[in-house]
Design a protein around this ligand. Structure first.
Ligand code: NAD
Length: 259
């Protein structure tokens, strides 16, 4: 391996981030742009992706917004190709878009719908984006895929089975594709965030957040979206070339703690 591949910079490389209009996706877009990447800021129409990209460009950074609903297979293909044409490459994909999907197993009216939505957005979208991105990743000197799962993929909360099942699927997809694509030098890794202050947890009252964090995490606090984004960045650096197929909890020690 030549030294030039062990670069600790994203300068000139292109990353596509899904769900980049809020929370961890937004922080990921900001962290990658600050490290010199061209950032495709994608999220649902109506989210502040244009403002996020404009704010990055105003700082002299490289970013462009694309509306993208990851449950739309045709839109995925179109946006992935547009991004690669616009920036001239696609080197990293961060599958981050997500929704909550709580539902008791006995709720016959709601369960099937919530299950299907969870699997479509949290799992099926990952493979679709990866498949659309592969022709471009295959041309990259540092091809990287990062899937955002959850500590719910490793342990579970009652009444969260659609979410937990979809997120566990993401860890399996990660391992399988790491093995399948490894011979091509494409790395595929997974991050399992613990409790993070984002849109998804915004309506958890502050007192409940504190109680939960004290009881469950080693660091006794919720994490910040940037603390996950920096791990994502680390996994996408050209220098992260011998790390693949792993599932990394970024959870303040939640999975490590028994009592
Ligand atoms: P968030 O709600 O702040 O951001 C999620 C983003 O995903 C939103 O901008 C939303 O518009 C977007 N999104 C939802 N459905 C979409 C769709 N169909 N197409 C495109 N975009 C869509 O939440 P977050 O916490 O930043 O979530 C990011 C990821 O982290 C998710 O996959 C989530 O499951 C995961 N996660 C979050 C936590 C946490 O504590 N916040 C913990 C573990 C895992």
């Amino acid at each position: 391996m030549s030294e030039v591949q062990l670069i600790r910079s994203m300068k000139g490389l292109t990353v596509l981030v899904t769900g980049a209009g809020s929370g961890m996706g937004r922080a990921t877009a900001q962290v990658f742009a600050a490290e010199g990447a061209n950032v495709a800021v994608t999220d649902l129409p109506g989210t502040p992706i244009e403002d996020i990209a404009a704010e990055l460009r105003a700082r002299g950074l490289s970013a462009q917004a694309w509306p993208l609903d990851v449950s739309d297979a045709d839109a995925i293909k179109a946006v992935v190709n547009d991004v690669a044409v616009h920036f001239g490459s696609l080197d990293s994909v961060v599958n981050n878009a997500g929704i909550s999907a709580f539902c008791p197993i006995d709720d016959d009216d709601a369960y099937e719908g919530i299950w299907n939505r969870a699997v479509t957005i949290l799992l099926t979208a990952h493979q679709r984006i990866i498949r659309a991105a592969l022709p471009h990743l295959r041309k990259s000197a540092a091809p990287r895929i990062v899937n955002i799962a959850s500590t719910e993929a490793l342990g579970a909360t009652s009444r969260d089975s659609p979410y937990a099942a979809a997120k566990a699927g993401v860890t399996g997809l990660t391992r399988a594709l790491a093995v399948e694509l490894g011979r091509e030098g494409i790395t595929v890794n997974c991050i399992c965030p613990g409790p993070i202050r984002t849109g998804m947890t915004a309506n958890v009252p502050e007192g409940d957040k504190e109680t939960y964090a004290h009881r469950r995490t080693a660091l006794r606090r919720y994490g910040l979206p940037e603390e996950v984004a920096h791990m994502t960045l680390s996994l996408c650096l050209p220098a992260a070339s011998f790390l693949t197929g792993v599932t990394i909890p970024v959870d303040g020690g939640l999975m490590a703690r028994n009592a």
